[in-house]
Design a protein around this ligand. Structure first.
Ligand code: BG6
Length: 492
């Protein structure tokens, strides 16, 4: 059972879930709504209408949910009574969203769509525009909210085309672009760490920070998403959104408040300050990798080219490491090293802030070492903050050793964590936009990655191989070695 304080229940809403039988619906969205239901945060008048192409009636959909959704619900929450009560909120509508006429069926249900109308588009991006047009033709968009899943487009032009079309129907403050990293508890904590404490802020700048690393490493491969992933690659799947969002939160100026536009405006300023990459920067400072066969936790795994759905000879990347610079007063000259990939040696997401060594050492050469002082903010798999410092080793002489102060959040706060999707869905229901990506942020991120995408179109831009179960291609280590540093890979 949840140990969290009881949240306020939401006002009435109708949550219309397009892609209602899809993978995201069954693994993330419906389990998150179920968790919110169990917490008492959905209120008695919240209804969920799943919409999909599959011919099912309500009863058949409920049986589908028993079979496919329930296994994704944490055991602690899966009491029969709770599940039954959650099922009572569910309804189903068969609709082919690619057919404009099909929306008549939704129009007929208009009176039953009570309260705030939320349209969640958990479909491929090619259906975003037809769905929004269908909703507009059915007269359902006034005062409604629309939630767009990633990937929102494939590059700047395609994302602009979608945003233009959706934006001609919905106002920007009706549009919720999801980046699920923004809903993670640990990412929320970055705001708390930076803007709730006076301790770090004076040091959070070029005078004291030597470099910053952001790593999001996964052990999983492309799983059942081979054909999607092969069209996408790591730069679009992870860097353009999750990693640049993390970077913008780490680097942003303190916002005036946590108001949506105050926060998003500051993140935007960072994204617009990213130093544009020229051809030579890309060659030197961007590493693109693809995994070969190897082993994860001692078990052999396929290489990327052996994954189902991947084209023979594909040059899609499964790993990216790169150096980014933020050209503003606070960060000029401080490298931000980003890396992310599939089938790496561990599952970890963390941010390492390396502080500069002392300018003069009264204690001998040792304290001048880079990396002696660093702050590691771990987001996954366990949430923690670790401050590394030097201390005197007991005994004669002044021998210094690295020590650390640790804050493990799960030990300090023995409370359930709220899943990212649950937080974000409750925000949509409550009309809070701060954790959703504004159009201009998204454009700035696409604009920045565009030269890399262009450079990688060249036939000789092939990814560097790495064995599954390692930390990526050697070139990623060489990139940091050229800056006289290395990736921090610590056991926690
Ligand atoms: C998704 C990507 O956005 O994020 C996936 O499409 C990736 O490829 C996932 O696996 C990682 O999310 P998390 O929350 O597991 O770190």
């Amino acid at each position: 059972m949840s140990k969290r304080a009881k949240p306020a229940a939401s006002s009435p809403f109708s949550f219309v879930l397009f892609g209602g039988t899809g993978d995201l619906a069954l693994r993330k969205i419906l389990p998150a709504l179920h968790a919110a239901h169990c917490d008492g945060s959905l209120g008695p008048d919240g209804r969920i209408l799943a919409v999909a192409h599959t011919p099912l009636d309500r009863n058949a959909y409920l049986r589908w949910a028993d079979e496919h959704v329930r296994p994704h619900i944490a055991t602690a929450r899966s009491s029969d009574a709770q599940w039954e009560a959650f099922r009572a909120r569910l309804d189903y509508l068969q609709l082919d969203a690619s057919q404009p006429d099909a929306f008549a069926a939704l129009r007929e249900m208009r009176d039953s769509l009570q309260g705030t109308r939320i349209f969640y588009l958990a479909t491929g991006p090619s259906l975003f525009v037809p769905i929004c047009e269908g909703l507009a033709a059915a007269g359902l968009t006034d005062g409604a909210r629309v939630v767009l899943e990633k990937p929102l487009g494939y590059d700047l032009a395609s994302s602009n085309a979608i945003n233009d079309a959706v934006g001609s129907i919905f106002a920007e403050d009706q549009i919720y672009r999801i980046d699920h990293y923004l809903g993670k508890e640990a990412v929320q904590n970055l705001f708390a760490l930076r803007f709730g404490n006076s301790l770090f802020e004076p040091l959070w700048r070029r005078e004291w920070v030597e470099s910053i690393q952001i790593t999001v490493a996964e052990q999983l491969g492309v799983e059942a998403r081979g054909s999607f992933y092969d069209q996408t690659g790591t730069l679009r799947d992870m860097v353009q959104n999750h990693l640049l969002q993390l970077l913008s939160i780490i680097a942003m100026e303190p916002p005036q408040s946590m108001d949506a536009d105050a926060v998003r405006g500051e993140k935007l300023r960072v994204l617009r300050s990213l130093k544009p990459l020229g051809a030579e920067d890309i060659r030197r400072n961007v590493v693109r990798g693809q995994y070969h066969a190897g082993a994860i936790d001692g078990l052999p795994v396929n290489g990327y080219l052996g994954e189902p759905g991947v084209r023979p000879g594909s040059t899609t990347e499964t790993f990216v490491a790169l150096k980014v610079e933020v050209e503003n007063w606070r960060w000029a000259g401080v490298p931000f090293f980003l890396r992310t990939g599939k089938r790496l040696a561990g599952r970890v997401a963390e941010i390492v802030v390396n502080f500069r060594p002392v300018p003069h050492s009264a204690l001998g050469a040792q304290p001048l070492r880079s990396g002696s002082n660093r702050l590691t903010i771990r987001l996954q798999p366990n949430e923690s903050i670790r401050l590394n410092a030097l201390a005197k080793q007991p005994g004669m002489g002044m021998n210094l050793r690295g020590v650390f102060l640790d804050l493990a959040f799960d030990q300090f706060f023995q409370q359930d964590r709220m899943e990212a999707y649950q937080r974000l869905l409750l925000d949509v229901i409550a009309g809070r936009l701060a954790l959703f990506v504004r159009r201009d942020e998204q454009e700035a991120a696409w604009r920045w990655v565009a030269p890399i995408l262009d450079a990688w179109r060249s036939p000789d831009a092939v990814p560097k191989p790495y064995a599954a179960g390692t930390w990526g291609p050697a070139a990623a280590s060489a990139l940091l070695a050229r800056h006289e540093t290395c990736w921090i890979e610590e056991e926690n």
